[in-house]
Design a protein around this ligand. Structure first.
Ligand code: ZN
Length: 433
């Protein structure tokens, strides 16, 4: 078997943004992770890229123009004049999504890296693309949510859908991947599979009975879990459900959100996974050899976030790395033991064997029911309606692009002539307001 070609996307500015002094989301963790990856020499096993910042034009493929305009104009200095918009878009001091300096720039860096990864995968330039600054799964079309402003995942999946008939989204963050699920809730071209803590926990969605609507009925797969999930119980659920998804759905590409708040000792997450238990999912997905975009997500004990994403990068390039942390710019963060792997504390797993078995059986049954369903024509690739250029060349999209002015990449040839991008009618939900 030939070696997996891994492309790694990292923008040196992305770790410089700051949500505020008491805010748990620290983009600084991205720098820690990157320097650990450098320290271990893992970068030598991959193609490393500096991603482009996503343009307004690219981000409006999912988000509303008004919402992005708001994010581009508001700043900590002019908040007062945006009072009503802050409420409408769920941003500002009374929410968990503060308006910090450069909030849109931060989002465009994280999104650009996911888009670049998706484009490389779609063009066959790599087998796996990695963007640890992405995976911001809670952002909605016109609303910030759960520390997320722009949904790089939805945008990357839209990019992949130009080429692939079906895309599988997997979310192993401790929180439900609600923004991605919602965006594709009514289509069978994206299946979402999320395992998460459920019950009195943000964002409150993700019950197993949430299975999709319209053409998407059955294509949202949710595993609602209690606190204390350990490596064995997590993978005993993940692996058979994932196997069944691969059998039934046969995706052309996979997007894997690797939120690090599901590992032990997270500041917000109550699960109890080790790096190896979390990375076992990555390894398991990789084994199928389907083009995969690997993204970050949550993760609030930042030294452990760096440990995890570094280890998972090593897993992706198939490099064994020692437990001893190599010297790097942020070495002191790994005190006192300076070891890669976590020492687990004794923590009760509140998921009973019976409840986990019941969830597994329910999800396998849901997937079994899809087999042979008339809406799932697995062997047939839908026409590439997003790729073919409109010959009349007078579409609204073109006009929008012209107004953006800054959207050079969108028009460039490398974006395979997508002036005629028409969303599938069931792909995105209608504008709410
Ligand atoms: Zn999370």
């Amino acid at each position: 078997m030939t070696k997996t070609r891994v492309s790694y996307f990292y923008h040196p500015e992305v770790g410089h943004f700051y949500y505020g002094p008491s805010h748990p989301m620290k983009p600084h963790r991205l720098k820690l992770a990157h320097h650990l990856i450098l320290g271990y020499g893992i970068y030598k096993e991959m193609d490393c890229y500096r991603p482009h910042p996503a343009t307004m034009g690219e981000m409006t493929e999912f988000h509303s123009e008004e919402y992005l305009q708001f994010l581009s104009k508001c700043s900590p200095d002019n908040l007062r004049q945006y009072h009503s918009q802050m409420q409408r878009f769920n941003a500002g001091e009374y929410t968990d999504c503060p308006v910090f300096d450069g909030v849109l720039e931060f989002s465009s860096l994280s999104t650009g890296a996911s888009l670049d990864g998706a484009v490389q995968l779609a063009q066959g330039q790599c087998d796996v693309a990695v963007n640890w600054s992405g995976g911001l799964h809670h952002a909605k079309k016109s609303e910030a949510s759960g520390f997320c402003y722009v949904n790089d995942i939805v945008l990357a999946i839209l990019e992949l859908l130009k080429v692939y008939a079906r895309v599988l989204y997997i979310d192993i963050d401790v929180h439900h991947g609600d923004g991605v699920e919602e965006a594709f809730y009514c289509t069978d071209r994206v299946m979402t599979f999320s395992l998460h803590k459920y019950g009195d926990f943000f964002p409150g969605t993700g019950h197993s009975s949430e299975t999709g609507a319209k053409e998407g009925t059955g294509f949202s797969v949710n595993a609602p879990l209690q606190s204390g999930m350990c490596d064995r119980t997590y993978n005993d659920l993940f692996q058979p459900v994932f196997d069944k998804i691969m059998e039934v759905y046969q995706p052309g590409a996979i997007v894997l959100q690797c939120g690090a708040d599901s590992i032990a000792g997270d500041r917000l997450g109550p699960f109890n996974l080790t790096l190896k238990g979390h990375a076992a999912c990555v390894k398991y997905v990789k084994k199928y050899g389907v083009p995969t975009l690997v993204l970050g997500g949550g993760g609030y004990t930042i030294r452990n976030v760096a440990r995890l994403w570094c280890y998972e990068t090593a897993v992706l390039v198939e490099k064994e790395i020692p437990n001893e942390i190599p010297f790097n710019d942020y070495y002191e963060y790994y005190a006192p033991d300076f070891e890669l792997h976590l020492k687990l504390e004794d923590k009760e797993n509140q998921n009973s064997k019976e409840s986990l078995e019941a969830i597994k059986i329910e999800l396998l049954q849901q997937l079994q029911n899809l087999q042979g369903a008339p809406s799932v024509q697995m062997q047939q690739v839908p026409p590439p309606f997003r790729v073919i250029k409109n010959t009349t060349n007078d579409s609204d999209d073109d006009n929008d692009d012209d107004n953006d002015g800054d959207d050079q990449r969108h028009k460039s040839k490398t974006r395979h002539g997508d002036g005629d991008r028409k969303p599938h009618e069931a792909e995105l939900y209608d504008q709410v307001d």
